[in-house]
Design a protein around this ligand. Structure first.
Ligand code: HEC
Ligand code: HEC
Length: 187
């Protein structure tokens, strides 16, 4: 566990910053939305590097399908590691969005998720993405994609299968409302 946590940043952050230029148009704009369907482009700043690299590989292999991200994942292993190292170290500019679901109900329902994602959505194990402070509508979209099979991840498909639409809305509200995570207020 400790080894996984300390073995981050195989990539070169400075090189990653330059390579991230092509991504800024969507991921560097606070509150930017994907249009069809409409949900916020996920926050990346502060996400675990290992998960970022895994996510880019999933788009590349087609395990995850998304028009813009399939094109943007045409990267070498080195590019992915550099970009992941850069992303893990930057902080997203925060736009405070109103939470639309019920975080209290979500907190109870998220108890079964804590073993991997951490009690408040900040996993210590870097294989598991941070959920704390992620956009509420993106979290719902991700859970729906696991349930429908659009996102073919064997672990999460199993967990999402047991969630109703209401459960998804509640847990998304809970994680999105956590302030120690991807949402770090700008310096
Ligand atoms: C045209 C807009 C656009 C551009 C440009 C773009 N992305 Fe994305 N990105 C998205 C959207 C929308 C999603 C969510 C897609 C989904 O639902 O799977 C996403 C998802 C991701 C994810 C997964 C996040 C998570 O929490 O699972 C990563 C990592 C990522 N992008 C990295 C990048 C990198 C690196 C680049 C540049 C090389 C880039 N993106 C360029 C729109 C974009
Ligand atoms: C056994 C460990 C485990 C448990 C328990 C677990 N997850 Fe996950 N979760 C993962 C892994 C691994 C991923 C990354 C999968 C991938 O690459 O798509 C993930 C990804 C996610 C994502 C996508 C994040 C993003 O940025 O796209 C969401 C949302 C999520 N989990 C929510 C939940 C919820 C809600 C629960 C409880 C109902 C839960 N998870 C339980 C392991 C787990």
């Amino acid at each position: 566990m400790l080894a996984a946590a300390t073995a981050t940043a195989a990539g070169d952050r400075e090189a990653g910053k330059v390579k991230f230029n092509t991504c800024i148009g969507c991921h560097g704009i606070a509150g930017y939305s994907n249009v069809y369907p409409n949900y916020h482009v996920p926050r990346l700043g502060g996400q675990h590097a290992e998960y970022i690299a895994a996510a880019l590989k999933a788009y590349q292999s087609g395990e995850r399908k998304h028009g813009s991200m399939s094109g943007n994942s045409v990267l070498s292993e080195e590019d992915m590691q550099d970009i992941a190292a850069y992303i893990a170290g930057f902080r997203s500019i925060t736009v405070e969005l109103p939470i639309t679901g019920n975080p209290e109900a979500g907190k109870k329902k998220a108890e079964s998720c804590a073993g991997c994602h951490g009690e408040d959505g900040n996993s210590e194990d870097h294989a598991y993405p941070r959920l704390a402070g992620q956009y509420e509508d993106y979290l719902i979209k991700a859970l729906k994609d696991y349930k429908s099979g659009m996102r073919a991840n064997p672990v999460m498909s199993g967990f999402a299968a047991g969630l109703s639409e209401q459960d998804m809305a509640d847990v998304a509200a809970y994680y999105a409302s956590q302030r120690r995570g991807l949402t770090i207020v700008k310096d």
